[in-house]
Design a binder for this molecule. Sequence first.
Ligand SMILES: [Fe+2]
Ligand SMILES: [Fe+2]
Length: 360
Amino acid sequence: MSIDWAGPAPQRVAVISDSLEHAGDLALRLGDLFQLEFFHPDELSGAGPGELTFVDINLKDAARVSTLKRWLERRPKHGQAIFGINRGSRHESIQAYAIGATDVLPRPVDGELLLLRFSGGSSSFATHSVQSTRESFAGISVCMDSLQNIFAAAVSGEMPDMQMLNAASAEIVERIDEDGLGRWLDILRKHHSQTFQHSLVVTAVAVSFGRSLGFHAIDKQRLASAGLLHDLGKARIPIEILEKPTPLSEAEVAIMRTHPQLGFEALRDAPGLHPEMLDVILHHHEYLDGSGYPHGLHENEISDLVRTVTIADIYGALIERRPYRAPMSGTEAYQILQDMGSKLDKDLVRAFRALAQSVD
Ligand SMILES: [Fe+2]
Ligand SMILES: [Fe+2]
């Protein structure tokens, strides 16, 4: 009779590493607990990942990251992909989930902890909202998570995390570049929170508009940040007004119209926030003919960035699903922009035509 002293065979784990030094360290830490197979991110197999994958690469390498993301999308239904990230880096954590992580662990990775996570132990990093929607569209859930954090900070009087804002903006630019506006809108329209949905629709429209104008990545990212932040002041508007399922009364409209000022006050002292973002927050309801609010600005007092966000904002609101009306088609919404005449920048409205009319 033979006795199996070794117990069950160790699980096979594919380790994706771009550093020989890290790979050696991982082999020492994990080699006793798992059957490790090392792969360089440039040499991933055509078959896609197996059940268990551990990723330890430099997430700043955009080309490798996008290859890895496509590869991870092919993992089996219950396959796990755990990423090693620098301890406490919210930015890397967001990025890892956007690429397809099912969990993240801080470096240097503890073998026992990894074993626990691979066998279903809970994660202190993954938030529920990220987990619940990741399978349908990782990018949106990550941005939604960031947006909720930014709005929550505004409500409690704290400064929002600029790194999180930048990561969300970069993610949106990448998603729009890869998937296009239509795909983004399809998923967003199903999301329940009107305000977050609106912010992300406006962001997607603004980025797509920038893209159609041939903007560089940095300018698309500015548009993304502006779109995400433009209605931040709504975080300080009573929720019963904000999410009211019927049209607002006159008094409620007056309260709602304080949101540009409220957003400006929430972020006025935010370190690292570019002044043009405050300009967008405070002035995105101004019109070139002076009929907007809160300051009744005219023509030259309104920047190009604000003019662009204003167009995306109005159009976005029209094509969104609202509780009391169906979304308008892109063509109908565009007609309304045209009918606004001298209130909006006519050259920008003209340039917006093809994109606007491409939405069903
Ligand atoms: Fe607004
Ligand atoms: Fe808005």
